[in-house]
Design a protein around this ligand. Sequence first.
Ligand SMILES: [Zn+2]
Length: 150
Amino acid sequence: MFYMARLTIIKEGNPLLRKHSKPVDDFSPRVHELLDDMQETMLRANGVGIAAVQVGVLYRMAVLLTDEFGIVEIINPIIKAAKNLRVAGEGCLSCPGISGRVRRPHLVTVEFQDRNGQPHTQTFRGRDAVCCGHEMDHMDGILFIDKLQN
Ligand SMILES: [Zn+2]
């Protein structure tokens, strides 16, 4: 049996969004199901990224909808290189109705694990790099509204 469920996205003002998420050491079917549900929840909300904390789970993992690679799940990500700082528009599923300009690297190389615990190194460019940076900020309790530029 296989199905995906739509989860509730918590909103700005919920103190969970300000917490630091913990490393993932569980690559079991339970976590695979959570990742599937995060993907479903993101797609149905027309988002391009979602971090586990946004569905109330304090795990360092996120699902990205990238232009270059399609769906990418990043678990325990670490930035290895970042450059091309630029300002671009962003929004967040946890901050409905708010958008603004944020300065971020538009080229990032990230080490992470996949849902089976296998290590990967991947370089994200442009909007994909912005998305990756935004979701990794969620893992440390940071929202894009903290970084708005004039
Ligand atoms: Zn967000």
